[in-house]
Design a protein around this ligand. Structure first.
Ligand code: FPP
Length: 225
């Protein structure tokens, strides 16, 4: 969800106003995804590197996360949304961690849409965390393979993403779901996150539908299947 700061700057507003507008867009996009019967949505809300931002911005973002959890969990529950928050949550304050745990607990049986918020998340952290936890459970083992490691990754409850969308014009993955994106289709748009509306999402989905997903096979093999 890149581009909140630039959206604000264009309007001579402080960066945090861009994040507030970004949050409105999150609510809107989740509704559109529910409407489109999309079953899994994963949002990169705060990376391990975002702590380097000015203290004022970090603390306003934390306030926004608290407010979002306080105001949105009931609505999510009514709409059949199952909430997960993944990342190293140990650095967040207790109030935020409690709200996350309550939100996850309350919505855990919902099945219409699984919403994952990545917070203090990094793809490399996820892989290293999985390896370390696997090793803890298998102290005598020498090597780990993909199948053994997969259950230890933070999003083991979800299928791997089909489509990755980055707003805001940069064309990189920036330490998002490094393992899970191995076969995802990548879509980059100059649209700033607060401007990413239903029409823009539909353009991304239309682009995805035109792609041939071969997973290592040839086009001829796909036709034979
Ligand atoms: C990147 O834009 C955005 C963030 C670091 C924060 C994302 C947060 C939200 C969309 C609001 C709250 C979300 C939830 C899930 C409650 P940027 O600041 O890097 O923008 P810039 O590149 O234009 O400066």
């Amino acid at each position: 969800m890149d581009g909140n700061g630039r959206w604000a700057k264009k309007r001579l507003l402080p960066r945090v106003a861009g994040h507030a507008q970004g949050f409105e867009r999150v609510r809107n996009i989740i509704e559109i995804c529910l409407d489109r019967s999309i079953e899994y949505v994963t949002l990169f809300a705060f990376s391990s590197e975002n702590w380097r931002r000015p203290q004022e911005e970090v603390s306003r973002l934390m306030g926004l996360f608290v407010m979002a959890l306080e105001s949105e969990v009931s609505r999510m529950h009514r709409n059949g949304v199952c909430l997960h928050v993944v990342g190293d949550l140990s650095r967040f304050d207790e109030r935020l961690r409690d709200l996350i745990a309550e939100g996850e607990q309350r919505t855990r049986n919902n099945q219409r849409l699984t919403l994952t918020i990545c917070a203090n998340y990094g793809g490399r952290w996820d892989i290293l965390n999985a390896v370390n936890n696997w090793r803890r459970d298998n102290p005598a083992a020498v090597e780990v393979d993909e199948q053994a490691l997969a259950p230890y990754l933070s999003m083991s409850y979800a299928p791997e993403p089909d489509l990755f969308i980055r707003t805001g014009g940069e064309q990189r993955i920036s330490n998002f779901l490094l393992w899970q994106l191995a076969y995802a289709e990548l879509y980059f748009t100059d649209t700033l996150w607060p401007d990413f509306d239903a029409e823009k999402l539909d353009l991304a989905i239309a682009s995805f539908r035109k792609r041939e997903r071969r997973f290592g096979r040839t086009s001829e093999q796909l036709l034979e299947r």
